[in-house]
Design a protein around this ligand. Structure first.
Ligand code: DLL
Length: 444
């Protein structure tokens, strides 16, 4: 089902015209209302924008701009006009603060209703919403999106896994929304309690807020008995609902580009890249009132495709996020994203999606170790609980995993095994996959 067909299936030529009109209005709006843009866009007149291609000449907005004007310096409306504030915690401590007017919240609900509809949701269904409620945008974003589409929302939030299992069994929801790592935690918890996927009422899952892979999708779909789709977003742009896959193809996420204009640019030069090429995603918010952003540098790596889609939406699709430019590890000169490690590990049936990467540095050399849990079947068939490398089958599996990683990624990563249940699980939110000991070692 398509929630707003008049916009989601607009012929692309018309969409471009709409975007150009909105972009012109945006430039006038931010120049008038936001000191930072008044200064940066001093020589750009709204009338200079003939089409969205003219965006390419404008400067980027970065997370630091929001931090430097913390908390409210980039708002385009008086604080009194805000009706909601969210914030996301970055890696460096200070929060990134985002504000919404009533019209922004309406848009937030609409794009999440679009996403839920694309993912299989229909009016009358029950949504188990296990994204965190609070400053994080996930909980309230999907909450109001669900209500807008006409679903009954169970606002369970993240965590308290036992209670989540009980509510899923008792309330019998059709749809679940949570991070992919938490979906896996729930699937594993049901398996431990011998609840089979086909006994669960769940049919659809709307998963995002962190990078994940197709291999992880297969595990979750099988483990919960769902069709899962990928939803993307970031607080600065609005929260969840910037883009979402459709269940018809589940191949790329339709960007709500009538509202959030996407570009992909070269990570080093900032030059726009042609369709299909991978680079940094940049968004311009076209209609937001409280925190309009021109060319916001997300740091997320993806590509765009405007090929037609079976669902009928004309909205451009972005690829799965490969990772954040800041999460990219450079191991002996080779660029490595955690998602590449995940996809490779899951090619081996003896291994599970419970893994983490520990990076350290000796001198100037980065060293990465992949810790991964083996499957219960592997342990059972081995007939021992030991994961000692002296055991032939453990030694053989390690060799196979390390070779596979070297073939796929192009550099050597050391693999160590953990028994099922030994590595940290998502307890409701985003799961930290990379433990970076480098900074600590430099400071030590
Ligand atoms: O994570 C918003 C959200 C909530 C998205 C619920 C989807 C579902 P932030 O906390 O500001 O907002 O984090 C944004 O998370 O720049 C990406 O690096 C990452 N991210 C979000 N969705 C995906 C996804 C929310 N589907 C940052 N795949 C973004 C990969 C994602 N990474």
């Amino acid at each position: 089902m398509i929630f707003e067909p008049e916009l989601e299936t607009l012929p692309r030529e018309q969409l471009r015209d709409l975007q150009a009109d909105r972009l012109r209005a945006l430039i006038g709006y931010v120049r008038e209302r936001v000191p930072l843009y008044r200064e940066r866009l001093a020589d750009v007149e709204a009338g200079d924008i003939a089409s969205i291609d003219d965006l390419a000449g404008l400067p980027f907005t970065r997370k630091d701009d929001l931090r430097d004007t913390y908390p409210f310096g980039m708002l385009a409306v008086p604080r009194e006009e805000l009706v909601r504030i969210h914030a996301s915690s970055g890696t460096t401590g200070k929060l990134t603060v985002v504000g919404y007017t009533a019209a922004d919240l309406d848009l937030f609900a609409r794009v999440n209703a679009r996403s839920l509809a694309a993912a299989g949701g229909k009016p009358g269904m029950l949504l188990h919403n296990a994204y965190g409620y609070g400053l994080f945008t996930g909980g309230l974003g999907l909450h109001y999106g669900g209500e807008r589409l006409g679903l009954a929302v169970v606002p369970v939030s993240g965590g308290l896994t036992e209670r989540q299992l009980m509510l899923i069994e008792d309330f019998r929801p059709d749809v679940i929304a949570c991070t992919p790592s938490y979906a896996l935690t729930l699937a594993q918890a049901f398996r431990e309690r011998a609840v089979a996927p086909d006994e669960l009422s769940l049919r659809y899952a709307l998963l995002g807020a962190e990078p994940w892979t197709e291999a992880m999708r297969s595990e979750i779909d099988a483990g919960l008995g769902v069709v899962s789709t990928n939803i993307y977003g970031l607080s600065e742009v609005i929260g969840p609902g910037v883009s979402c896959e459709c269940m018809e193809e589940r191949a790329g996420l339709h960007v709500n580009e009538d509202q959030f204009l996407p570009e992909v640019v070269d990570p080093d030069s900032g030059e726009p890249l042609p369709e299909g090429e991978e680079g940094v995603l940049v968004f311009t918010t076209l209609t937001k009132e409280a925190l309009p952003l021109v060319r916001y540098w997300t740091g997320d790596i993806a590509s765009l495709s405007s090929l037609p889609c079976a669902c009928g939406r004309t909205l451009v699709r972005m690829s799965r996020i490969k990772g954040r430019a800041d999460d990219m590890l450079i191991i002996r000169g080779v660029n490595v994203y955690p998602t590449q490690v995940e996809a490779t590990l899951l090619e081996l049936s003896e291994l599970t999606p419970n893994y983490r990467i520990v990076v350290s540095r000796t001198g100037t050399l980065d060293h990465a170790e992949v810790e991964v849990e083996v499957s219960e079947t592997f342990l059972r068939e081995a007939g021992t609980d030991s994961l000692s490398d002296e055991l032939a089958h453990v030694h053989e599996l390690r060799g196979r995993a390390e070779n596979r990683l070297r073939d796929r990624i192009g550099c050597s990563l050391q693999v160590t095994f953990a028994a099922p249940g030994m590595l940290p699980r998502s307890e409701g939110g985003k799961l930290e996959r990379v433990i970076d000991r480098r900074a600590a070692e430099v400071n030590a």
